[in-house]
Design a protein around this ligand. Structure first.
Ligand SMILES: [Fe+2]
Length: 382
């Protein structure tokens, strides 16, 4: 027997209307000025200003940092830190999907602990809790608004650093499904397939527990049932709310059971070619799980049964085919080749993937040739 540990974020609000309640709670925390960490699309859509106005109504000042890139970089974290100091903000709000949350975690962690973000690559490298961070989530999703994972690209090495640290868990997470209705179809599909990957990798992880299993399987059920609807009908409130719960459940699963080779490999594609995280995961997931069949067939077949039982389009399909079909249904690109990935980079990508902390809990531990083989499999049409 081994002792398991289970991390929970402090407080989480989920459902339509959660934004107003979350910001009312922010006011009660007693802070004076927020650094809002976000990206340019959310500024263009007026969502950032909406949050600034709602904070002002609660007598909380705010300054907006909109420089977060889709794969947030060390440079983004440093720029945010500079604005934090210059503005005198006393807490951080992240607004958006995984990218703003990850950048904000990096900013809040370094603000409290000193040094530079690169010092915290790996597991639990920090000494002190980060600056208070409120994460307002607009995608479903990376679940970064409630996890202890932060992925920051070191642009000098073209490598994504995995920072897994209990101190980066946000103080308060807000999942207002009405904010998710603005997501375009491709982003809904990519972030939804990211959530599926979290659930599947957590379910076959070597450190899964009955708690993470329950979260993972419920997430698979909700994603099978609701992701295609959320993609096709952006304004479908029930689909958006069910996906908000699904991605949160998948987050609870992987925040504790960790991940596997899909994420270890997808991080490298994202860092090297600046590709969308969810799309990389969706392309790699069936091939990594086919590789994992030798050790995790029972668990993967259970995932397949849940997929098949919750979406008529997936009925009768084995797990690997069901994952591929779901990717087709939501319009994920067909191959790594289509994304511009180059085969001559596979060795470098595979070497870096084997160093990624997310791979440690993959049920089958392979070598360089195995990882290259999985990249090869995902290179052609699925
Ligand atoms: Fe992910």
């Amino acid at each position: 027997m081994t002792v398991s540990q289970f991390f929970m974020p402090t407080r989480n609000l989920i459902g339509a209307g959660a934004l107003d309640q979350g910001l009312a709670e922010v006011a009660r925390l007693g802070f004076k000025k927020a650094l809002i960490v976000t990206d340019k699309p959310l500024v263009s859509l007026g969502v950032a200003q909406q949050v600034v106005d709602k904070l002002a109504a609660q007598n909380v000042d705010a300054v907006v940092f909109d420089g977060v890139q889709p794969n947030p970089t060390v440079g983004n974290v440093n720029a945010g830190l500079a604005l934090l100091k210059e503005s005198g903000a006393d807490f951080v709000i992240s607004l958006g999907g995984g990218s703003p949350h990850d950048a904000a975690k990096g900013i809040a962690l370094v603000a409290a602990n000193g040094g530079k973000i690169e010092d915290y690559e790996g597991l639990d490298k920090s000494a002190k809790p980060q600056l208070t961070l409120v994460a307002i989530n607009t995608t479903a999703g990376t679940a970064s608004e409630m996890t202890r994972f932060t992925i920051i690209t070191d642009e000098s090495r073209h490598v994504k650093m995995a920072i897994v640290d209990k101190h980066v868990t946000p103080t308060l997470s807000v999942n207002d499904s009405e904010l998710m209705e603005g997501m375009p179809a491709a982003l809904t599909a990519a972030t939804g397939m990211d959530a599926l990957t979290h659930a599947v990798e957590a379910y076959v992880s070597t450190i899964a527990t009955p708690i993470t299993d329950a979260c993972a399987l419920k997430a698979v059920e909700l994603i099978a049932a609701w992701l295609p609807t959320a993609v096709k009908e952006p304004g479908n409130k029930q689909a958006r709310e069910q996906m908000a719960y699904a991605q949160f459940l998948a987050g609870m699963a992987f925040n504790n059971a960790s991940l596997g080779y899909v994420h270890a490999m997808a991080h490298q594609l994202g860092g090297f070619y600046d590709l969308p995280h969810g799309v990389c995961n969706a392309l790699l997931l069936p091939h990594v799980e086919a590789y994992n069949m030798s050790k995790a067939a029972d668990r993967l077949n259970q995932v397949g049964a849940v997929l098949a039982a919750n979406n008529p389009d997936l009925a009768g399909l084995e797990v690997i085919d069901a994952i591929k079909k779901l990717a087709d249904l939501v319009g994920i690109p067909k191959s790594l080749q289509e994304l511009g990935v180059k085969r001559e980079d596979f060795t470098t990508l595979a070497k870096n993937a084997l160093k990624d902390v997310c791979g440690l809990t993959n049920p089958v531990q392979g070598g360089l040739d195995d990882i290259i083989g999985i990249f090869e499999a995902a290179y052609g049409p699925r």
